[in-house]
Design a protein around this ligand. Structure first.
Ligand code: ATP
Ligand code: MG
Length: 370
């Protein structure tokens, strides 16, 4: 797919912006704090209705303004889509070709993006929560039903945790309500876990080869789901359901004591191994960075495989961190297949001939010139 243009209104430090004539490769050049990441983020938000760097929508709206607006025309295999998203205190509204979407999950996936930014290193180095967020965002992009189950699961989880807190010190006869929440939790939890396992398997297939390419065949990367119930490999829904219910009943006393749900997809994790050793614990800085890069590049191929079209690639502040050889390799891999947006503080930090002919946009204090 291909983004033809974008317009922003009251989005972060952009008051009004209309950018046309994007090319296959777009360089967004500007000094620190001028609005490069904000522009990339706007594309990301248009794709996923959420930011990659904050969960607080209020931050997306320019200071002193009531709402922010993003619009873009996206060329897809089967025609052009005009996408519009408004963010205000009251919530978000999305339109496709002028038609308001009843649910945001109907809108997500109209545009697909893969963003690679320095903080993605946290997917490898950070807490399990970062990895769950990565899984949820990426799976949600290609499977809207996943988002539905995730939302339902989170609702049930809150209710169940409230009940657990109330049950402390109460008679066992008052625990009947817990059984109802257990089966609802398991019903949605199983769908989430199954989808995550399938996604990780597919991602592994691409990431392994890409990582071998980057490391000249020296490193074998593998991805593993770390479950809080049932075996990592188990995908049968009925078996998963049963295992989840058993786990919940085993943990009941402990859960009531602590007032929270201790097993389920909200406690699961994803682990990376290079040549059999866990990257988070044993990997060097370079190996951790390469792992994150391989993951992101694998996602591009996976989205292509799932939806039949390549997503748009957003490289925020990462290309200039690579040596000239890797810069060239990265651009070469996706040139003429994937529309790419690249930010940098100066054109001289990009050391590859492959960027000749790219469209250049200079950002200065929320204004963009060619
Ligand atoms: P760097 O090279 O340091 O990464 P950048 O060009 O990517 O810089 P951005 O992250 O896009 O910079 O931020 C640009 C400016 O936007 C910052 O000065 C920030 O204070 C401002 N900003 C962030 N949120 C808002 C907002 N809601 N309203 C107005 N300005 C904002
Ligand atoms: Mg930035």
């Amino acid at each position: 797919m291909f983004v033809n243009n974008i317009s922003l209104q009251h989005y972060r430090n952009y008051d009004q912006l209309q950018l046309n004539a994007f090319g296959d490769v777009n360089l967004i050049i500007g000094r620190n704090a001028q609005g490069k990441t904000n522009l990339m983020e706007a594309l990301f938000v248009l794709a996923l209705t959420k930011s990659h760097r904050t969960s607080k929508d209020r931050e997306l709206i320019a200071f002193e303004q009531p709402s922010a607006h993003i619009a873009a025309e996206v060329e897809k295999k089967y025609g052009m889509l005009k996408l519009e998203l408004s963010v205000s205190q009251q919530g978000k509204k999305a339109k496709v070709n002028g038609l308001e979407q009843r649910k945001l999950s109907d809108f997500i996936g109209s545009l697909n993006v893969v963003m690679f930014a320095p903080e993605d290193l946290e997917i490898v180095k950070g807490t399990p929560g970062v990895r769950r967020r990565f899984l949820d965002m990426e799976i949600g992009q290609v499977a809207p039903s996943y988002l539905y189950h995730l939302q339902q699961y989170q609702k049930v989880l809150v209710q169940r945790n409230n009940l657990l807190k109330q049950l402390w010190g109460k008679e066992a006869s008052q625990q009947a309500m817990l059984d109802i929440w257990n089966s609802q939790l398991a019903e949605h939890g199983v769908k989430i876990v199954k989808k995550r396992k399938q996604f990780i398997k597919k991602l592994q297939k691409w990431a392994e080869g890409i990582h071998q390419g980057i490391t000249n065949g020296l490193e074998e990367l593998s991805l593993h789901y770390v479950p809080s119930f049932a075996d990592a490999e188990e995908e049968d829904e009925a078996v998963l359901f049963e295992r989840f219910m058993i786990k919940l009943s085993q943990m009941k006393e402990q859960e009531i004591r602590r007032g929270m749900t201790l097993a389920g997809p909200h406690r699961d994790d994803l682990a990376f191994y290079i040549n059999g050793k866990e990257v988070q614990t044993y990997g060097s800085q370079g190996q951790q960075r390469t792992t994150a890069l391989s993951l992101k590049l694998a996602e591009i191929e996976l989205i292509q495989e799932e939806i039949g079209e390549y997503p748009v690639l957003l490289l925020d502040d990462v290309l200039s961190e690579l040596d000239p050889y890797r810069q060239t390799q990265l651009i070469e891999t996706f040139q003429s297949k994937v529309q790419t947006f690249i930010t940098a503080t100066g054109i001289e930090t990009l050391n590859t001939d492959k960027l000749k002919g790219a469209s250049i946009f200079h950002v200065h204090d929320g204004q963009v010139g060619s």
